[in-house]
Design a protein around this ligand. Structure first.
Ligand code: FAD
Ligand code: SF4
Ligand code: SF4
Ligand code: SF4
Length: 384
């Protein structure tokens, strides 16, 4: 019997999932159990597409297909919350199990606040998240810094502060700090992110804090809700997952790593926002002068609603067909989302003109964020 607040080491009992899983394969085993037991009708997960840089969302209804989704794709910068709204009617008529990073969970909460998803029908299995790397910059980083052809890399991982690649029979790791000092590494929004352990999900899973003989072999699970406790309890009873209490020293180490990551996030915010504060609106005007008005930033933003339609035609302030658009196009967008931007980075990631949009909206949002975000030593944002 597991309860909300418990912290355990967990391992799948299925040999295939254990082998393919990033750690103990507990996430995949729990998703599979949720599907097999009828707890959910479908699982939304992420799997490798064309190559390791191509993280693809998949909706799975056949439990036998779940093992293919095991493993972490650190170049997976997608927001898995979006397909739930766009293609699954917000889970209004189906029960869905979904694996979420912190930004995915935040997006789901924002969508739920707007009535676009029904969280009662969704089981969220959260992943701790140190950050993700843009596929394009990952390829460049691997070629420039590792001296390896990115097409030869068959696996990547982030471990003990290093970005590690495996190619042929070899592997090579470089410290993320070193990579980031030279402009490579995690996406800039990820560097500023402080939602490292998604305690607002039903379960928060990761590798931090797994020490002793289980190090690298088990998934650390923090049980964050009664729904999560119920799923894990039933999965253990069914024999698909084995759990044991986390070692207290491991819990302590996990807390220290989390705090170090929060401090690092704060450092990046200070760094990024300071540069911007010299001339925020001048910088926004200059950068957005490259805009080709493709609407991608609007259509892919989880908190931007109805604005796309308003900005598409002529309006009092914006003339259709004008490129670059009148600065009011962007000002209206920033005004519209500034109090709810979750710093997921989708607007920036998907902007064809590489305009640092998430930086602008996050800077505006962060000004009013102090009450909302965790303080150092208090752990990640907790919505429950
Ligand atoms: P598995 O059984 O292997 O299942 C992995 C699940 O993750 C699958 O459902 C898969 O669909 C999903 N997934 C894979 N890539 C993505 C993606 N890009 N976006 C959304 N879902 C995805 N843990 C830490 O403790 N510290 C960290 O710093 C950390 N950083 C991470 C960064 C990223 C980008 C990701 C994806 C994960 C990170 N994790 C981190 C979590 C860790 O790597 C494992 O995913 C977690 O411990 C679960 O292990 P498992 O063996 O139970 O998962
Ligand atoms: Fe992870 Fe945060 Fe980046 Fe999302 S924004 S991928 S939760 S570091
Ligand atoms: Fe302009 Fe970029 Fe937004 Fe497209 S995604 S409308 S180019 S700012
Ligand atoms: Fe995400 Fe950009 Fe929207 Fe903010 S403005 S929530 S970073 S897509």
């Amino acid at each position: 019997m597991v309860a909300k607040g418990d912290m355990v080491y967990a391992m799948s009992t299925d040999a295939e999932i254990l082998k393919k899983g990033e750690l103990g394969g507990a996430v995949t085993a729990l998703q599979k159990f949720a599907l097999e037991s009828g707890t959910v009708n479908a699982v939304l997960a992420v799997k490798k597409g064309y190559d390791i840089y191509d993280a693809t969302p998949v909706l799975i209804k056949d439990p036998a297909e779940l093992a293919d989704t095991a493993g972490s794709l650190h170049c997976g910068t997608l927001l898995v919350a979006s397909p739930i709204k766009k293609y699954l009617d917000g889970g209004k008529d189906m029960k869905i199990g979904v694996t979420v990073k912190g930004c995915d969970m935040m997006a789901l909460l924002e969508l739920a606040r707007r009535g676009s998803v029904n969280l009662d029908n969704i089981i969220t299995i959260g992943l701790n998240c140190g950050g993700s790397v843009s596929p394009v910059s990952a390829r460049k980083m691997i070629a420039d810094k590792f001296g390896v052809n990115p097409d030869d890399v068959h696996k990547e991982e982030i471990d003990k502060g290093q970005f590690i690649i495996e190619y042929g029979d070899e592997h090579k790791g470089i410290s993320i700090d070193e990579l980031e000092e030279e402009g490579y590494g995690r996406r800039s929004n990820c560097r500023r992110c402080k939602y490292k352990i998604p305690r607002n999900a039903d379960l928060a899973c990761g590798n931090w804090g797994v020490i002793g003989e289980k190090a690298g072999k088990a998934t650390f699970i923090e049980v964050c809700s009664d729904k999560g406790a119920d799923l894990l309890t039933r999965a253990v009873a069914a024999g698909v997952v084995q759990v044991e209490p986390a070692i207290p020293k491991g819990v302590e180490i996990r807390g220290k790593v989390e705090n170090a990551m929060l401090k690092l996030g704060e450092k990046w915010r200070t760094n990024d926002f300071k540069k911007l504060s010299k001339d925020l609106w001048g910088t926004i005007n200059e950068e957005t002068s490259r805009c080709i008005k493709c609407y991608s930033c609007i259509e892919n933003c989880p908190v931007c609603f109805k604005l796309a339609d308003e900005l598409k035609g002529d309006s009092k302030m914006i003339t259709s067909g004008e490129i670059p658009p009148n600065p009011m196009f962007h000002m209206r967008r920033f005004a519209h989302i500034s109090d709810t931007c979750i710093n997921c980075g989708q607007c920036q990631e998907l902007c064809p003109m590489d305009i640092p949009l998430a930086l602008f909206s996050h800077a505006i949002r962060a000004e009013s964020d102090v009450e909302f975000e965790p303080k150092l030593g208090e752990g990640s944002y907790n919505n429950k």
